[in-house]
Write a protein that binds this ligand. Structure first.
Ligand code: ARG
Length: 485
């Protein structure tokens, strides 16, 4: 709501700071929609605590809580004008209950308030991101299980290197996503601490109960030092960093799928492809290109955050208003990208024949032949030299035999029998032979799959526990609030 001369009714700005050319520049009200529900919850918990501590009387608390329910029902869009959502909600409460509504802001500041709201909202967003990452891991393990024996070429430098399987390949991303999940859950534990009660930065003379507010809001602990509590934003840095890391993992997967589509190894489903407005025959892996691009958004957000925070003096500075939107944007972009990447993997068609044909290309079994020779007692370096010599002329038994004569001065059969060499040259048998821990042999992949499933289940459990803790806190708060009705 704007006064007749374009002045603000904002409780904070009042007449003196009522507007002017910088009015919109100063305001975060539009962006604060993201923390509207969080602010209502924070106001409720704070009002309950103030009444319990007899800092405000119960009748005032009841009226404030009543007004808050009304403001919540009307929604963010119905808020009066304000410098931010905190001021606008307070204005709206005062509009409903009169000046007594201003008691809501006793013993706090917008500085500790906004810090609390960001943490409160980000918890939910990070848990949603974790859920999506866990679901993506589930998809990867399922498709990997279906393709534990599907032989494919493996690359280094994007050159044919050694044959592997689609299952082994996909599990490599599951492992990376498991660590990304771990980092997000780790960040969550540091997000989940309450700054409320720090006030502007210097605490308050009122006999507040910071632990009680933290508990009503589901925070695991309070951030003790009040100057730290109101100004700390390192939780945004680590969350955005974890999101950027996750996006970087996905960008590799996306790039692979773009390349593999190009080579005809895999076909994305139509749902995850796009076409050209001019070239009618085109089917392009656009979703994967966008997933690849999302890593750019996330790392740009991380860089923006670090740049905003660098060199900020203690305690609160308004620069901070421009910090958290970067974290929210990164969480949104990367969570969407994770969901799309998982969907693309779940529905992709791996072309088994093409993959099998390609698996042996570029003498990809050369390392296996060298390993075989080394197993027969030849120093690996000599075996490597001999196979490298053969590779200049061919990739079959004859080329190897000739190389043996040239390099070792004796026939290949002196060291290994022909059958073993032919087996080593076969991509499928080559894969089967590499059964070391974490290797691509189907048995090794099966064992890895079992462990991956256990890890996915464990993280789902952690996620559920955290969500239950938040839901229980929300219930506690509801119960307290309704006791004032
Ligand atoms: N909207 C601000 C933010 O997002 C909080 C307000 C604190 N303002 C102030 N002048 N101390 O950081």
């Amino acid at each position: 709501m704007t006064g007749q001369d374009g002045e603000s009714n904002d409780v904070v700005r009042r007449e003196r700071f009522s507007g002017g050319p910088a009015r919109e520049f100063l305001s975060s009200l539009a962006a604060d929609e993201r923390i509207f529900a969080a602010d209502i919850a924070v106001d409720r918990a704070h009002a309950v605590m103030l009444a319990e501590q007899e800092i405000i009387d119960e009748a005032d608390a009841a009226d404030i809580l009543d007004a808050l329910a009304d403001v919540e029902a009307a929604g963010h869009g119905a808020l009066p004008d304000g410098e931010d959502v905190h001021a606008a909600i307070e204005t709206a409460v005062i509009e409903r209950v009169g000046a007594r509504g201003g008691k809501m802001h006793t013993a706090r500041s917008r500085n500790d308030e906004v810090a609390t709201c960001i943490r409160y909202r980000l918890r939910e967003d990070v848990l949603a991101a974790v859920e999506t990452a866990v679901e993506a891991r589930e998809v990867l393990t399922e498709v990997a299980a279906a393709h534990s024996e599907t032989v494919m070429p493996g690359f280094t430098h994007l050159q044919p290197a050694q044959p592997t399987t689609v299952g082994h390949y996909l599990l490599s991303y599951e492992s990376a996503l498991a660590r990304d999940t771990e980092r997000l859950l780790d960040a969550y534990d540091r997000i989940n601490r309450s700054p409320l009660g720090a006030a502007a930065f210097a605490g308050t003379p009122f006999d507040i109960d910071r632990e009680r507010v933290a508990d009503l809001l589901g925070f695991e602990a309070v951030i003790e030092n009040s100057m730290d509590a109101s100004s700390a934003r390192d939780f945004l840095v680590e969350t955005t960093s974890a999101m950027a890391g996750l996006a970087t993992t996905l960008s590799g997967l996306a790039e692979d799928l773009v390349v593999f589509s190009n080579k005809g190894y895999v076909e994305l489903s139509d749902d995850y492809s796009s076409t050209s407005s001019i070239m009618p025959q085109k089917k392009n892996p656009d979703t994967m290109e966008l997933v690849r691009g999302a890593a750019g958004d996330a790392s740009a957000g991380l860089n923006a955050l670090l740049t905003i925070l660098k060199g900020l003096p203690r305690a609160y500075n308004r620069d901070l208003q421009r910090a958290h939107p970067h974290a929210f944007e990164a969480v949104d972009a990367v969570t969407d990208a994770t969901e799309v990447a998982a969907g693309a993997v779940a529905t992709a068609d791996w072309k088994e024949e093409t993959l099998a044909d390609a698996a042996g290309e570029g003498f990809s079994t050369a390392t296996g032949v060298a390993d075989l020779l080394a197993m027969s007692g030849l120093p690996f370096r000599t075996a490597h030299e001999m196979v490298a010599h053969a590779a200049e002329h061919g990739s079959d038994y004859d080329a190897l035999d000739e190389a043996a004569q040239d390099v070792l001065g004796e026939p290949l059969s002196q060291h290994v029998d022909r059958e073993a060499v032919e087996a080593a040259l076969d991509p499928e048998q080559s894969v089967a032979s590499r059964d070391s821990l974490g290797g691509p042999a189907p048995d090794a992949v099966e064992a890895a799959l079992d462990r991956a499933v256990v890890g996915v289940e464990a993280d789902s459990g952690v996620l559920e526990t955290k969500r239950e803790a938040l839901a229980a806190a929300a219930d506690r708060l509801d119960t307290e609030v309704s006791s004032y009705a």
